[in-house]
Design a protein around this ligand. Structure first.
Ligand SMILES: [Zn+2]
Length: 378
């Protein structure tokens, strides 16, 4: 491959996680595999020869599909790349997954809408309709690699279908600028810029405070009904799951939904304007949010967004886009006026005035000529 300085390789992953009840057979097989795999891991790590018995057992008990990523250094899915040098053992050491390509001649494949796993026995597993549709769409986007990870978690059989796409991405010469400001007072603001500001959309992360009050309500209802003898144990369990679901997952769900919407919008908007999108992501300074759930949500938002942009081969960059530094003179911006809709900032040096949410956009546009200059070199 020939490269110019404006090109880079971006890798994006899409993962479908499926969960099934764990049969005795599958459980036994996974446990057996884990013991063998950990032995090989530690031998590799400590520079020892694996025990002959263990290697024999690997050949005896583990079908070839699931074997190569443990022993073949050249296997693209080889699990122990560089473990001798890594300082801390993987946290997943006893949870080493079975890995194989997703292919009819391999350990796992999809046939007639069912997932077929060749473990110690052949397992045929249902994939629910929504997951199947999602998978069909992703496969139509032509991933470069498709593989499967199988492991056990919480006495469930977990199967992950991992799709991997490798794109050669170039800085757009005539870009539609998309600025994603993760620091905005609102949560996340997405600005679209084509010589002028075309559109701004905003996303607000779910409020954990609200959720807590919802949980408190569920708990008090449950206790009240229980005291009155109206609930069976099974119904109590339903309440517990509701509480768990209310507290869990929803931040993750929010991140996924927000990212899907943004990426769709970016592609559609660029198409409509006949341009290539160029996404600038504010690299935020989270000192004020350190250790809070919101920080985790925003970090995972950025990670998820960058992964999905890479999957579609959209050019993106992280840039520090300030909202309290003047984009004209570098002076300090202070709050000048606060309305219900906006916080207007004013430069203490030159008098520049703007809505706080729009200031990162000015910084992004400042970055633009430099990027264009770089692109024109080749
Ligand atoms: Zn200024």
């Amino acid at each position: 491959m020939l490269f110019t300085s404006t090109q880079r390789i971006e890798e994006g992953f899409r993962v479908l996680t499926l969960q099934y009840p764990l049969s005795e057979d599958a459980k036994e097989f996974i446990e057996e595999y884990r013991v063998i795999a950990s032995h090989l891991y530690w031998c590799k790590r400590l520079g020892l020869e694996p025990a002959k018995k263990v290697v024999e057992r690997l050949w005896q008990k583990v079908p070839s599909y699931w074997r190569w990523h443990l022993v073949d250094l050249k296997d693209p899915m080889y699990l122990f790349k560089g473990v001798e040098k890594s300082l801390v053992p993987y946290r997943t050491i006893l949870r080493l997954p079975l890995v194989d390509a997703l292919h009819e001649r391999k350990g796992a494949y999809i046939k007639d809408g069912k997932l077929v796993l060749r473990l110690s026995k052949k397992l045929e597993l249902e994939i629910h309709e929504r997951a199947l549709k999602w998978l069909e769409k992703r496969l139509a986007e032509k991933p470069d690699k498709k593989y499967v990870r199988v492991f056990e978690r919480g006495n469930k059989l977990i199967v992950q279908i991992v799709l991997h796409k490798i794109n050669r991405v170039e800085i757009p010469r005539n870009p539609l600028l998309v600025v994603i400001d993760v620091n905005s007072s609102y949560g996340i603001a997405v600005h679209f810029w084509d010589k002028k500001l075309i559109k701004t959309i905003k996303f607000r992360p779910p409020n954990r405070g609200n959720r807590w009050s919802h949980v408190r309500e569920l708990m008090s209802n449950r206790d009240l009904l229980y005291d009155q003898g109206c609930l069976t144990q099974r119904q109590i369990n339903v309440y517990s799951s509701l509480i768990r679901l209310t507290l869990k997952g929803s931040a993750k769900g929010w991140v996924q939904q927000a990212v899907e919407k943004i990426v769709k919008r970016v592609k559609r908007m660029a198409k409509r304007h006949g341009k290539e999108p160029m996404v600038l992501i504010d690299k935020p300074d989270y000192s004020s949010l350190h250790g809070t759930p919101l920080q985790r949500t925003l970090y995972s938002f950025i990670k998820y967004l960058e992964n999905q942009l890479s999957w579609y081969g959209v050019y993106w960059e992280e840039n520090r886009l300030y909202s309290t530094m003047c984009p004209l003179c570098g002076g300090k911006l202070v709050l000048d006026e606060k309305t219900r809709r906006a916080r207007i900032m004013k430069c203490t040096n030159c008098g520049f005035k703007e809505d706080r949410d729009n200031i990162p956009l000015y910084w992004a546009i400042k970055h633009l000529p430099a990027l264009k200059g770089e692109a024109s070199i080749c």
